[in-house]
Ligand binder design. Structure first.
Ligand SMILES: O=C(O)[C@H](O)[C@H](O)COP(=O)(O)O
Ligand SMILES: [Mg+2]
Length: 303
């Protein structure tokens, strides 16, 4: 396997690398920012790529925000980007449920274990849902809940799907409710299953960790509609119509971003070291997911 090219400080190498691509798919957490911390020269780098006529798409697995929420975050962070350039895992999952799965109503309702981003995108696709940020679920489980869940009186008979994502308000009542729906045959989907979330320049439990309890209880993993799922890649290509050979995926996580680009047979992948993975993870002998190139941080593209 060809070793990745290190581009930080290599102006000629950077120019040659950029000349290979017309489209850049950008991961967000760990690449552009860590929570509300913007990495150095990110806004300038985005502007530089636009000045070179590059098409940009922001492809995040973070399902806590909708495309509209991300537009607000881009504005707050001083990054030039439009809502139409965002394609997050919550939107990917909503498109999959509404346009691919297309369960016949009324059994197409979704029980959400996640935040407002999932709810907003399901709503944008006309998919009914329960759970999510509903305050009725933000409480301790009581003895009568066990009875009402077990006999189905606390369940919505129209729920045919359980969709899990990053949920900052996970609790036993929500897990037990999801588990009951799954035991009754509901489909098990996830926006993504990242194990960790880059925040405050550290790592925290990610969507995969938030949903792990439900997976363990039901004895199977969900179908993930986020990176590296190629259902997401196909949906993005269908929306933006790009030449995969002239497209580069930029990310901080090997088993989502870089794998997404490799499996999608994109022209290239660029890893940055400001998020989850370190260079040792892909330089090690026998590394299975190796990017085409890597840099210390995205802003190093400014040369
Ligand atoms: O746990 C998660 O949901 C992910 O770690 C996180 O949100 C990833 O976001 P991305 O790096 O794909 O922007
Ligand atoms: Mg990331």
């Amino acid at each position: 396997m060809t070793p990745p090219k290190y581009l930080t400080g290599d102006k000629a190498g950077i120019d040659e690398f950029l000349s290979r691509f017309d489209v850049f798919l950008f991961d967000c957490d760990g690449v552009l920012w860590s929570g509300d911390y913007l990495f150095p020269k990110v806004a300038e780098t985005i502007d530089m790529l636009r000045s070179k006529g590059k098409q940009l798409v922001f492809v995040t697995n973070n399902s806590t925000k909708s495309r509209a929420d991300y537009k607000k975050k881009f504005d707050k962070m001083g990054i030039t980007a439009s809502e139409e350039e965002v394609f997050g895992s919550s939107y990917s999952a909503a498109v999959y449920v509404a346009r691919i799965l297309k369960l016949p109503a009324p059994k197409n309702k979704v029980f959400v274990l996640g935040e407002t981003g999932i709810e907003q995108e399901l709503k944008s696709e006309g998919v009914p849902y329960v759970g999510g940020t509903d305050p009725a679920f933000r409480r301790d489980i009581e003895p009568e809940d066990f009875t009402n869940l077990a006999n189905g009186s606390a369940l919505d008979p129209d729920v045919g799907i359980v969709l899990i994502g990053l949920d900052f308000h996970v609790n036993y009542l929500k897990m037990a409710t999801a588990h009951q729906y799954l035991q009754r045959g509901a489909l098990f989907l996830a926006t993504n299953t990242d194990s960790t979330l880059p925040m405050a320049q550290s790592l925290f439990p990610g969507a995969g960790s938030a949903g792990a309890g439900v997976s363990k209880a039901v004895g199977k993993d969900p179908l993930s509609l986020g990176k590296p799922s190629q259902a997401m890649m196909d949906a993005i290509e269908g929306r933006f119509h790009f030449d995969r050979s002239r497209t580069c995926m930029v990310g901080d996580r090997l088993n989502t971003d870089i794998q997404f680009g490799i499996d999608g047979k994109l022209g290239g992948t660029l890893a940055v070291l400001t998020g989850v993975n370190k260079k040792e993870d892909f330089l090690a002998e026998g590394a299975t997911t190796v990017p085409m190139a890597y840099m210390d941080q995205l802003g190093d593209l400014m040369g």
